[in-house]
Design a binder for this molecule. Structure first.
Ligand SMILES: *[C@@H]1O[C@H](CO)[C@@H](O)[C@H](O)[C@H]1NC(C)=O
Ligand SMILES: *[C@@H]1O[C@H](CO)[C@@H](O)[C@H](O)[C@H]1NC(C)=O
Ligand SMILES: *[C@@H]1O[C@H](CO)[C@@H](O)[C@H](O)[C@H]1NC(C)=O
Ligand SMILES: *[C@@H]1O[C@H](CO)[C@@H](O)[C@H](O)[C@H]1NC(C)=O
Ligand SMILES: *[C@@H]1O[C@H](CO)[C@@H](O)[C@H](O)[C@H]1NC(C)=O
Ligand SMILES: *[C@@H]1O[C@H](CO)[C@@H](O)[C@H](O)[C@H]1NC(C)=O
Ligand SMILES: *[C@@H]1O[C@H](CO)[C@@H](O)[C@H](O)[C@H]1NC(C)=O
Length: 911
């Protein structure tokens, strides 16, 4: 008995001791805290030994006196938190927000009483591995704006089964959207804005039946939150949804079950028509939809709703309904779940604008829907039947499911329906015999399969199943062999068909090849062709900078590029060039074929690069070159409007130049049918070209060298003003290194001697070629003429020789020129310039700006009113300092040496 009593007493004593020890350790922990956190010590120091008396510390009444609350917000505290904090196991409330506490946040593992934890705005750098472990009572966790190392939301959070609020915005959370959050059925507020979250919203989120506020906006990772937002539709308690500045796609789901007040999805990639379930939502106060790819009619909300919807969407009209054709096509897109690539191009209210991918019209009715190989899923909308003029419906090689709507058989003009290789079920409707139906590779029911060409086989199949119960084994075996044979034949047919189709596709996209001169085939380049032919007025127009003119001329075209920057979808170019039809070929050049195209009534030139020549140039390199070409903008240089990459295809888009090439106007008159150019026209062209090249040579910090200047690269507009095209050989040269040793590339006859022999490239290479062009303009002869004796084939040689004898030279000049005495004098000056441009030694050739000054003074004398003066004045404002200096230097030279070109050593100064 006594033994038992003493045992009991010992137990009680032990318990008391433990309690005392616990109380003591709480006090120790608070004292530790006072030591490691600056800003508390003094406040707490004077308060004696009872930590429960410290300000901000709350203890249990009576008993053990355990610390239950530590509330120290916004007190400017610095320092770190001690590890002993976790011994405060009775703590319910830990509030440290708004301080400057730093270092590693200590483990709180197992603090099963903790209900509130607030850490916002401190400077903690890391979280413990067991963060949130065992915090089974936690209801409120707030940890915004912490400069933590990146961390994923730990699985342990699923143990916090009473969590009501989890706010960790701007807290360096990384990884895919934490699926584990779907376990927190009590969650009402979830805020994970400004983190580095990626991935999709898991469908499990629909478990968050209590959630009222969901903020996932402004993820900062390279890839943000993405995918559809369908799961939102099941969050029936949701009042506030902020998911702006992510990469969500797909349509806005049906929100009619929700009591949403604030809905912000701006700056995503949402598609489709804004559903009435949103616009009619009575609870709504605040809506933000801008900068998505939303389509259809401009949504109309009650006027009590604060709106941000206008910017950057593809709505068809400012108010009211869309065109019926638009409406129908949007229903078709809805069937496919409003895929992003369609939404990007199917915007506005003009399906026949040629911008709509896959839509072909004839006399402003949709005549074909052409969407093969687009990874489309979803179903074929019966609304298609409203496109009464539809001739072709091509949806092959997608993942479409459901049935082919029966109503489609009523389409009067349907001639082709191709749904091969989808997942369609049901039966192929009975179309008129005039409709070509291609439906292989689907899951159509047995009787619907007859279109597949194996009708007999299918019948055998059903026969076999019905006869199997009582039939004779022998006939059964025969049946089975028959079926196998039928199946084999069927597969063979399908195989052949597929093969055939593949071949056809290959044919269609057969790489372009072109005849190239040996020199050209050596080259690797992007070539530029085409230009601008619509300066609506006469030659008096150009009182503006080229860039302005260009902007105005290409305004409509620019709209087309809106959605993609410079990039155009292949479909648009296929449409524009009538599938790269032979009839559209403008010319074949070094690196591919140039097609004339019609983009919304604007003529363009499309360079389809020879894939052989482009083979070694990867996508990145190509884009880098595009970037360079984009910088080169001048009224006398052909401007790049856009480009397209599609598999191995590389396409460049330029404005169309209606006046042909200088080549055609000089040497190929018989073929081209142009009338010979007058001397004034030639001078004007020469000056235009010189200005273009001068700009290339002195472009800001960079020097561009054309390297393949020749008359076929000089394009004319309807007013016979010239632009230099084909920057294919332009090499970017650093200012410090204007001479590049590169593979020789160019065209025989125009190659400067030092370039041809050593491959050394300087701007003087272009000056030489320019000189040759001047000679061609003076004589109307080709630079190389094989029909002449060997010593006369090269124009430069005979030109220079003939210049020595005035009478010989007079006969040598183009007989098609009718020259006054005045014109003759100016021709002699230009001839002199040409001679010096083609000097054997590079340093003896003048700079391009010299040519410009020389020519412009001649042109002024000759016909002062006709030629624009604007360039020099206008461009000064846009010129870099470097360029201005260049110009002044050049002007000086002209003044000091304006009478003759007699002393060519002057040119040395510039080398
Ligand atoms: C994110 O938190 C840091 C402190 O960690 C703060 O300086 C910054 O302003 C916050 N950014 C935003 C967008 O709130
Ligand atoms: C978040 O992503 C951005 C952009 O990729 C990156 O600069 C930043 O360092 C990332 N932050 C964290 C915490 O991983
Ligand atoms: C609407 O929501 C935005 C954020 O989505 C917020 O900045 C704005 O203050 C809200 N306006 C109203 C009137 O609630
Ligand atoms: C095709 O679509 C599915 C979903 O619809 C997507 O997961 C897949 O990545 C897509 N494939 C391609 C090549 O775009
Ligand atoms: C065709 O259009 C009419 C109105 O233009 C519409 O009432 C009808 O529902 C449409 N048909 C389908 C199948 O969408
Ligand atoms: C068709 O659907 C099945 C499942 O329903 C799927 O496994 C298959 O990949 C689908 N085929 C195509 C071509 O989408
Ligand atoms: C459509 O069909 C009608 C008669 O069925 C015919 O007159 C008309 O030319 C066809 N239109 C086109 C674009 O095929």
């Amino acid at each position: 008995m006594g033994r038992e009593t003493s045992g009991l007493v010992a137990l009680v004593l032990l318990l008391l001791l433990v309690a005392a020890a616990a109380g003591a350790s709480d006090a120790d922990a608070i004292r530790d805290l006072a030591k490691s956190v600056a800003g508390l010590g003094r406040a707490w120091g004077g308060a004696g030994d009872d930590v429960c008396g410290f300000s901000g510390v709350t203890c249990e009444r009576g008993g053990g006196g355990r610390v239950t609350s530590l509330s120290l917000p916004n007190q400017g505290l610095t320092g770190t938190l001690p590890a002993s904090l976790s011994t405060l196991t009775a703590l319910k409330d830990l509030q440290l927000q708004g301080n400057a506490l730093s270092g590693a946040f200590p483990s709180l593992a197992g603090m099963g009483s903790l209900t509130r934890l607030a850490l916002d705005g401190n400077a903690f750098t890391s979280l413990p591995k067991d963060f949130l472990q065992g915090l089974t009572s936690l209801q409120y966790l707030s940890m915004d704006d912490l400069p933590l190392e990146s961390w994923p939301v730990p699985e342990a959070i699923s143990g916090c089964s009473s969590l009501d609020t989890f706010s960790a915005s701007n807290a360096s959370i990384t990884g895919d959207f934490p699926v584990v959050l779907a376990n927190l059925a009590s969650l009402r507020n979830l805020r994970l804005s400004y983190n580095n979250l990626t991935g999709v919203l898991p469908s499990g989120l629909s478990e968050l039946i209590a959630i009222e506020s969901l903020q996932l906006n402004n993820q900062r990772s390279e890839r943000k939150l993405s995918g559809p937002i369908d799961v939102i539709a099941s969050l029936k308690s949701l009042k506030l949804l902020w998911i702006q500045s992510n990469e969500f796609t797909g349509p806005i789901p049906d929100l009619s079950d929700l009591q949403l007040e604030s809905f912000n999805v701006r700056d995503n990639m949402l598609t489709g028509v804004v559903p009435a379930s949103l616009t009619k939502l009575a609870s709504l106060k605040n809506v933000s939809l801008s900068n998505n790819n939303l389509q259809g009619p401009m949504p109309e909300f009650a006027n009590t709703v604060t709106l941000d919807i206008n910017d950057g969407n593809g709505f068809c009209v400012k108010s009211g309904p869309c065109d019926p054709m638009t409406t129908t096509l949007l229903e078709v897109a809805a069937g496919f779940g409003y895929p992003l690539d369609l939404a990007v191009s199917w915007k506005g209210n003009a399906p026949c604008s040629q911008q709509w991918i896959g839509i072909v019209c004839s006399s402003s009715d949709v005549s074909s829907i052409n969407l093969p190989n687009r990874n489309l899923s979803g179903t074929i909308s019966p609304a298609i039947v409203n496109l009464t003029r539809l001739g072709k419906l091509i949806l092959s090689n997608n993942h479409l499911s459901g049935v082919i709507p029966d109503v489609l058989i009523t389409l009067p003009n349907l001639s082709v329906l191709d749904v091969t290789n989808n997942n369609l079920t049901g039966q192929v409707p009975k179309f008129k015999p005039s409709v070509k139906v291609l439906a292989e590779g689907n899951q159509f029911g047995e009787s619907g399969d007859s279109k597949g060409g194996g009708g007999g086989g299918s019948d055998g199949g059903s026969a076999s199943s019905s006869s199997s119960s009582g039939g004779k084994p022998k006939s059964n075996a025969g049946m089975i062999i028959g079926i196998i044979l039928a199946v084999i034949i069927l597969f063979a047919c399908i195989g052949l068909l597929v093969h055939h189709r593949k071949k056809k596709n290959l044919d269609k996209f057969r790489p372009v090849s072109s005849k190239t001169s040996p020199a050209e085939s050596e080259m690797m380049k992007i070539q530029v062709v085409g230009t601008n032919g619509n300066s609506n007025g006469s030659s008096a127009v150009p009182t503006e900078l080229y860039s302005h003119v260009s902007a105005a001329n290409s305004a409509n075209i620019a709209d087309l590029f809106d959605s993609h920057g410079m990039q155009l979808p292949m479909e648009v170019l296929l449409n524009a060039t009538n599938n790269f039809s032979e009839d559209c070929i403008l010319g074949r050049g070094g690196f591919g074929v140039v097609f004339k195209g019609d983009l919304n009534g604007k003529l363009i030139a499309v360079k389809r690069c020879d894939s052989g020549a482009m083979g070694t140039k990867g996508q990145q390199e190509f884009l880098a070159e595009i970037d360079v070409l984009r910088k080169v903008r001048h009224r006398h240089l052909v401007a790049l409007l856009g480009y397209c990459t599609h598999g191995n295809e590389r396409l460049l888009v330029y404005e169309y130049m209606s006046g042909g090439t200088l080549q055609e106007h000089l040497c190929d008159l018989q073929k081209s049918g142009y009338t010979p150019l007058t001397w004034t026209q030639r001078m004007t062209i020469a000056l235009d070209v010189a200005r273009g090249i001068e700009y290339l040579h002195g472009l800001a910090q960079e020097t561009f060298i054309h390297r393949d200047l020749k008359p076929s690269n000089i394009l004319l507009d309807q007013d016979l003003r010239a632009k230099v095209s084909d920057f294919g050989l332009v090499k970017l040269a650093k200012d410090t290194d204007k001479s590049l040793l590169t593979r020789v590339a160019g065209t025989f006859g125009y190659l400067a001697p030092e370039y041809a022999t050593t491959g050394k490239v300087t701007t003087k290479v272009d000056v030489y070629a320019y000189g040759v062009i001047l000679m061609e303009m003076i004589t109307g002869r080709k630079v190389l003429d094989d029909s002449l004796p060997d010593d006369e084939t090269h124009l430069v040689t005979i030109f220079r020789r003939n210049m020595l004898d005035k009478e010989k030279f007079r006969k040598f000049v183009d007989p098609k020129l009718e020259l006054s005495a005045e014109a003759w004098n100016s021709l002699l000056e230009v001839a002199d310039l040409a001679r010096h441009c083609t000097a054997r030694e590079a340093y003896q050739r003048p700079d391009m700006c010299h040519c410009v000054n020389r020519l412009s003074s001649l042109v002024d004398q000759w016909k002062p009113t006709n030629i624009d003066e604007d360039d020099d004045e206008g461009q000064t404002s846009e010129m870099g300092l470097h360029q201005q200096l260049e110009k002044w230097r050049c002007d000086d030279f002209t003044i000091s040496d304006s009478d003759t070109f007699s002393s060519f050593n002057m040119a040395r100064r510039y080398n």
